[in-house]
Ligand binder design. Structure first.
Ligand SMILES: Nc1nc2[nH]cnc2c(=O)[nH]1
Length: 505
């Protein structure tokens, strides 16, 4: 649990990553009760202080994962050529049939990986089928608390399945499959909203800095009344709202067809887009959408690994930054992006900005990417006191070993964090002044025990997983042929409005 370690700690002689400096310089950090009090050279250690010798290490603020799904932990490595639409179509099988213990195990796997890879807080959209429950949310919160991470946990909710969201898709399925997907029907909006309200009223994880939020998962999977209900709950309880918006071309086109405006504009029309709102992926947002996000003060969560892995396209990081939108960086779930490695996400964010144009003036700089993965993500989570190593901030600090291979030689600190570090350099991770990972070992978690638990769950779920893969194979030709935006048309960057198919979706 991210409890604050009482008393003083002094970190001595660490090279503090600073985007203003090419090579980080050695400094000290004084921490009191989990809060950074002073940063400077030669700080005196108060009597009784714990002194941490960090010579030979770079420190940076914990990376913050702006978008992930802890429920995907047990589904790592299940699919290769999965599109988003197929992931959503088969998703309930991937995440379904789980006990509360499986849910916790799945989240523990992800949280443990994130910490070991330099991440100290995450926005986790968790799958709760058929209804969100206090017990399910507690299982997720318990996992983060056990690892010692901060988190915002939002149950993904909707009142339409993907089959209902894409007009005509259900009817296009062969009769046998229609029967299968009927089992996925969601509960009526009022029932889900009432369950959400119960969760928010009884949330008890605030002291561990594990907050709740509301995630109407995909706007066109939600009726307008449902979206408005989610907004009201978020406002009444003062919590965040988070949705996947414009993740795939199919979604973008479906939105225009359904609402006559973009998905984001539709949400804004209903009043959901404000400074508490995070739009994940945001690949198919046009300039007006980006300006809208800027004007409303919301955040975008960029997930470059998943965007590539699912073939969804490229988020326009340069354009979003130029227009002044707050951007955070995330990994997405390991069921669709394989790992929870925020260093990889930073590197991919940089790379994806570079493959969009040969002109380096349009590329995101390492400073911009680093800022997005720390302060930008912190803002997306609604945390004001993490994302930087400075007086008054919580002591969420990652220690990188300069003797690890990504740092030989050490030329340009922030560049090497974004482009060279692959998490093998992570030596210690401190959260709230407490070492949750020390000398490359979790301090609160028994990893062999977790591995055994995960293996038992995997074996038990194997039958359900095989059924899901089988269903996936049967769905693939239907969904792909039904969504022409998916199949035949190569992306011309993000100009979906120009090359939208004349018929079909
Ligand atoms: N990438 C991704 N997008 C989603 N949209 C709704 N659920 C998901 C999910 O689990 N992964």
């Amino acid at each position: 649990m991210a409890t604050m370690k009482p008393g003083f700690t002094v970190i001595r002689g660490a090279r503090l990553a600073d985007p203003a400096l090419r090579r980080a310089e050695a400094t000290d950090v004084l921490i009191q009760d989990g809060i950074i009090r002073e940063v400077g050279v030669g700080l005196a250690a108060p009597e009784g202080a714990t002194v941490v010798d960090a010579a030979g290490m770079v420190i940076h603020p914990g990376l913050i994962n702006a978008h992930t799904h802890g429920h995907g932990g047990l589904a790592r490595g299940q699919g290769d050529k999965w599109t988003l639409e197929l992931l959503l179509a088969a998703g309930p099988w991937i995440s379904g049939g789980r006990t509360l213990e499986d849910k916790k195990t799945s989240t523990l796997i992800c949280a443990a990986e994130m910490v070991a890879k330099g991440c100290t807080a995450a926005y986790d959209l968790t799958y709760e089928f058929p209804l969100p429950s206090r017990e399910g949310m507690d299982a997720v919160a318990e996992a983060y608390a056990e690892v010692g991470m901060r988190a915002v946990v939002a149950p993904m909710v909707a009142d339409r399945t993907v089959y209902e969201a894409i007009p005509g898709l259900m009817e296009a399925l062969p009769p046998g499959l229609q029967k299968d997907v009927e089992a996925l029907r969601l509960r009526p909006a009022e029932e889900t909203l009432s369950a959400m309200s119960d969760i928010l009223k009884h949330w008890r994880w605030g002291a561990a800095d594990i907050r709740a939020a509301v995630a109407p998962t995909i706007p066109h999977h939600c009726s307008d009344a449902f979206l408005c209900g989610c907004m009201k709950l978020a406002k009444d309880h003062g919590v965040g709202l988070h949705s996947h918006v414009g993740e795939s071309k199919v979604q973008a086109i479906t939105g225009i067809k359904r609402y006559g405006r973009t998905l984001l504009q539709h949400m804004d029309h209903l009043g959901l887009v404000d400074e508490n709102f995070t739009a994940a992926h945001a690949i198919w947002l046009d300039d007006d959408d980006l300006k809208l996000m800027r004007d409303r003060g919301g955040a975008l969560a960029h997930n470059p690994g998943s965007n590539m892995r699912l073939g969804n396209g490229m988020f326009r990081l340069r354009r979003a930054l130029d227009l002044g939108v707050n951007v955070g960086i995330g990994t997405d779930g390991v069921n669709c992006s394989d790992n929870g490695n925020m260093y990889e996400a930073l590197r991919y964010a940089s790379m994806v900005s570079k493959v969009q144009s040969p002109d380096p003036r349009t590329w995101a700089s390492v400073e911009e990417v680093y800022k997005a993965g720390t302060q930008g993500s912190a803002r997306a989570l609604g945390f004001t006191d993490v994302g930087a190593i400075a007086p008054g901030m919580k002591a969420d600090i990652v220690f990188l070993d300069l003797n690890s291979l990504s740092w030989i030689p050490h030329n340009w600190t922030v560049n090497q964090i974004v482009h060279a570090e692959d998490a093998t350099g992570v030596r210690h991770v401190m959260i709230g002044g407490d070492f949750v990972y020390f000398d490359r070992r979790h301090t609160k978690l028994d990893i062999p025990k977790l591995a055994a638990q995960a293996e038992a769950a995997r074996a038990r779920l194997e039958e359900a997983s095989a059924a899901m893969r089988h269903l996936y194979e049967k769905l693939e030709p239907v969904v792909s042929s039904f969504c022409p935006g998916l199949a035949a048309q190569p992306y011309h960057l993000n100009r979906y409005l120009c090359d939208a198919p004349a018929s079909g979706v």
